[in-house]
Design a protein around this ligand. Structure first.
Ligand code: 13P
Length: 250
């Protein structure tokens, strides 16, 4: 059985005062049967880890470099995240793919670094609106999956997040049929490549305008094992009902 996972991506939001939201999430979800992950900006990773130590809430990074160390000004290695206490890292988010020109090969190398450092990689895939309009969604997602994930995937070291680019931060959530089609497709591809045992154990998250009022429906879709939440993960007030909906779906 796959454990459900509610993950929050704070993106470039949050200063020390927002650590109070982590405290509130810890208080609210001590008895939750799901895994919880919050990925704050890099400046808050260590402090968030100190707060969450000994709890079921994992803290993660939002990116890491594809090399273990060296002359890469401004970048963060997977080892550095692990050293700060992080347990996971988001990789290949569409905002990195689009704004930083990250290609599948780079995401694959970053994922290998994450695994080397003992981090769980949350690898993001998803089509643009133009891809979907051209009926290329499954081709794009299939190509991203094949290119972005190294061979040593397991249910413990890999989570795949399907985030249609047009649904991120727009309030336009994908329909339940669209989510189901892509998640079933991803499951099939993972089983084909890694074998049914591993393929069935990797958790698949939906991301893109997940909110308290649509979460329960999304969690009812086949092969949806949780969510990667942006805006609604910034406060415990918004994130908690999403976690509760996921817990209720287990
Ligand atoms: P929103 O939930 O704000 O649409 O962001 C989704 C996302 O990009 C999470 O990684």
């Amino acid at each position: 059985m796959r454990r459900k996972l509610a993950a929050g991506n704070w993106k470039m939001n949050g200063t020390r005062e927002d650590l109070a939201q982590i405290d509130a999430m810890l208080q609210a979800h001590g008895a939750c049967r799901c895994d919880l992950l919050i990925c704050p900006p890099a400046t808050l990773v260590q402090a968030a880890c100190d707060r969450a130590r000994g709890s079921t809430l994992m803290i993660g990074g939002q990116d890491c470099h594809d090399q273990p160390q060296g002359a890469h000004t401004g970048d963060i290695s997977a080892d550095m995240l692990a050293d700060a206490g992080a347990r996971a890292v988001i990789l290949g988010h569409s905002e990195r793919r689009q704004n930083h020109g990250e290609r599948n090969e780079t995401v694959r190398a970053k994922t290998a670094q994450a695994w080397q450092a003992g981090l769980m990689a949350v690898v993001c895939v998803g089509e643009t609106e133009a891809d979907r309009d051209a009926a290329n969604t499954l081709d794009i997602v299939g190509g991203q999956l094949a290119g972005s994930i190294p061979d040593a995937a397991t249910g413990a070291n890999l989570v795949v997040a399907y985030e249609p680019v047009w649904a991120i931060g727009t309030g336009r959530v994908a329909s339940l049929d669209q989510i189901g089609e892509v998640h079933d497709f991803i499951r099939g591809r993972l089983e084909r490549r890694f074998g049914t045992g591993v393929g069935r154990s990797v958790r698949l998250l939906y991301g893109g305008s997940v909110k308290p009022d649509n979460a329960a429906q999304i969690f009812g879709v086949s092969n949806v094992d949780g969510a990667l939440v942006g805006g609604a993960s910034l406060t415990a007030r918004d994130f908690s009902p999403i976690v509760a909906a996921l817990d209720a779906s287990t």
